[in-house]
Design a protein around this ligand. Structure first.
Ligand SMILES: Nc1ncnc2c1ncn2[C@@H]1O[C@H](COP(=O)(O)OP(=O)(O)OP(=O)(O)O)[C@@H](O)[C@H]1O
Ligand SMILES: [Mg+2]
Length: 265
């Protein structure tokens, strides 16, 4: 039997008072696959994340985990089922060390009861090992403050931590939005490395080039509805750009500029 998707949405809608944020959406995310979710502002991307991570419940439709219909009632439950979310900045604490950040949620401990304390050396070893596995070798000191890491390194720490503590589906909400070209490339490489380990990734982005370079499958949302859903290779990156809202509008704007240019304005 083929592996079931880790997570599947079937005909899911989410209505808030006065607005349908997601409408009739179906998608499936498989182990070792990167699914990119794209769409303009307000298209419904964050709402999809909230449904998948147990923050909100669908108004109608089904959510399946490992092929079984599941009602997610809290983010904690989603985490226990292996669904981890990494946000751009808030996922790590800048004033704590690399090692302490790595074990924030689950500290390896020494001793028992009142003598329990965090084993920082073990945390440091785990953190540096996990960073190296993701291709980040410039961080050598687990005592370094996270605030002094680059954006890409910080993402690597948050992603490595999630995977170490059992994430099977990693949800990345705009991980490259605030990063420059090189840092973005680092994060796109991280995504590929995590995928190679069999983890599923839901990659939310505005950037069609970033999506296309790291993704296996693409779902484009417009006003909560699926505008397109296709596998890499079925359409070009240019087609993806066209599909994203603004593609045609931007082109019109550029043409307008050309017209102004030729008038010498
Ligand atoms: N709790 C809520 N109550 C009412 N309306 C909401 C709520 N959450 C989201 N919406 C609306 O649902 C629509 C989709 O919002 P959502 O945040 O999912 O979009 P998005 O694709 O993440 O946008 P962005 O790219 O700007 O982050 C928007 O019109 C938004 O105003
Ligand atoms: Mg959003």
């Amino acid at each position: 039997m083929p592996t079931p998707p880790i997570l599947e949405l079937k005909n899911v809608s989410k209505r808030f008072t006065g607005v349908t944020a997601v409408s009739g959406l179906s998608l499936a995310i498989y182990p070792g696959q990167v699914l990119c979710l794209l769409g303009e502002n307000g298209a419904g991307k964050s709402t999809v994340i909230k449904l998948i991570t147990g923050v909100e419940r669908p108004t109608t439709g089904e959510l399946l985990i490992d092929g079984r219909e599941t009602q997610l009632t809290s983010p904690r439950q989603a985490r226990e089922l292996g669904i981890a979310t990494v946000y751009q900045e808030v996922s790590t604490l800048p004033l704590l060390s690399v090692a302490r950040n790595f074990v924030l949620a689950a500290e390896p401990s020494k001793g028992w009861g009142p003598f329990r304390r965090m084993d920082l050396r073990e945390a440091e070893r785990l953190a540096l090992e996990s960073l190296r596995a993701l291709g980040i070798s410039r961080v050598r000191d687990g005592g370094q403050l996270v605030g002094t890491l680059s954006g890409g390194e910080r993402q690597a720490l948050a992603i490595g931590r999630a995977v170490h503590f059992g994430a099977r589906l990693l949800v990345l909400d705009e991980p490259t939005a605030a990063l420059g070209v090189r840092e973005s490339a680092t994060v796109l490489r991280l995504i590929k490395r995590v995928r190679a380990r069999g983890v599923a990734v839901l990659f939310i982005t505005h950037n069609a080039y970033h999506a296309y370079s790291a993704g296996d499958h693409f779902v484009v949302l417009r006003r909560g509805e699926e505008l397109a859903s296709f596998a890499k290779g079925d359409r070009s990156v240019e087609a993806l750009i066209e599909l994203m809202a603004g593609g045609t509008e931007l082109k019109a704007l550029l043409d307008e500029d050309d017209a102004f240019g030729s008038l010498g304005v």
